[in-house]
Ligand binder design. Sequence first.
Ligand code: FES
Length: 106
Amino acid sequence: MKIILIEKDGTERELEAVEGWTAMEILRDYGVGGIKAECGGALACATCHVYVDPAWVDRIPAPREEEREMVEDHAMDVRDNSRLSCQIVLTEEMDGLRLHMATNPE
Ligand code: FES
């Protein structure tokens, strides 16, 4: 399966992904700049913030309350489609998932 990352300049990158992994793990392993994932996926940093493409928002499980709170309290430039990529566990149905790069804390 694949996920698509859309960089801030509009460049699209197709990344090989693995079912059962989180989107953050794929982005981090590809060395995507801006995804520091400081807490390693423990929902404690918000440095894995991405925007889910509007076409995909309703096709993936909604964020849990803890994720919503972390986004609101710690992410920058929060939008309706903001997600923490460490909380998006990839399934077969998410093949082709499109994620847009967000601005994350340095
Ligand atoms: S990696 Fe820290 S909240 Fe996602």
